[in-house]
Design a protein around this ligand. Structure first.
Ligand code: ZN
Length: 278
């Protein structure tokens, strides 16, 4: 199974060029590019320079992470998002980074699951049509926080089923899966073609609803049932990839190389343990 590195793991001390160099050096297959780090890079470099950076290494750019608060934006906000999507798709096509992660909005008030579903399906269809013109895909990522409008695997899966476009699928983040008690039984009934990315991580032993991004840790060092999630993914025929994504301030304070080395070592061990025969 291919293993990638998500740049959130080295949020504070690193930059895109450093992450690419070290992720490549430590044997990652791909990298998920944070939009803030992309914008920083492009403020002093050209896209052609970034293309050359990737052309020089085996490491591939996998996703842009992320279009945030994509739903319930109102007419003007939605128009801005379509414009942003178009720009990002043009960059993705040039860079051959073909997937954009899309995140739902939090604190939308008393919206029912039906209303949230209708809104999210509409937005993903609009964005998906734009993306398809550029040969790009969207990977919708539910967020396992109580106040997020889409916060379980089952809810997110039902939405991409309704969207029913080949270029619109899911990101399944193990932390978000665990953090609001998503069910392995739901995952076991999913079609692997609907899952474009898996974020691999673990977390501290806090209760559902309390857990936040900073409680994430490297795979194998926390309480998430990674064995259950990964063996279920394997059973349904998911072919990968997975990508390590933590937001732990402790790791941000480390030397960047130490963080990236530890991310690779723990991810490779977890995948070898639970994705048998790979
Ligand atoms: Zn994630």
């Amino acid at each position: 199974m291919r293993i990638g590195f998500n740049e959130a793991t080295t949020m504070e001390k690193s930059d895109l060029e450093t992450d690419v160099r070290l992720a490549n050096q430590y044997g990652f297959d791909g990298i998920e590019i944070r939009l803030d780090k992309l914008h920083d890079y492009l403020s002093t470099h050209t896209l052609a320079e970034l293309t050359a950076v990737f052309a020089a290494v085996p490491l591939k750019p996998w996703t842009f992470n992320a279009l945030e608060s994509a739903t319930f934006r109102g007419t003007e906000g939605h128009r801005e998002l379509l414009h942003e999507t178009q720009n990002l798709c043009a960059v993705g096509r040039d860079l051959d980074c073909r997937t954009i992660i899309v995140v739902p909005t939090s604190d939308v008030g008393d919206a029912t699951i039906q209303t949230i579903g209708d809104e999210t399906v509409k937005v993903l269809k609009d964005l998906g049509r734009v993306a398809s013109e550029y040969g790009m895909r969207l990977a919708f990522e539910f967020i396992g926080y109580p106040n997020c409008s889409v916060n379980t695997f089952a809810q997110a899966y039902a939405i991409v089923e309704r969207v029913n476009m080949a270029n619109v699928g899911l990101t399944v983040d193990c932390f978000h899966f665990h953090a609001m008690n998503s069910h392995l039984e739901d995952l076991s009934q999913a079609s692997p073609e609907r899952i474009f990315m898996v974020h691999l991580d673990d977390c501290d032993p806090f209760p559902p609803g309390y857990l936040r991004d900073q409680h994430r840790c490297f795979p194998g060092q926390g309480v998430i049932d990674l064995q259950g999630i990964l063996t279920t993914l394997q059973r349904i025929g998911y072919q990968g990839p997975v990508s390590v994504e933590t937001f732990r301030p402790e790791y941000w304070a480390w030397d960047v190389e130490k963080t990236i080395a530890a991310a690779k070592q723990t991810a490779a061990k977890t995948v070898a343990e639970f994705f048998k025969g790979e």
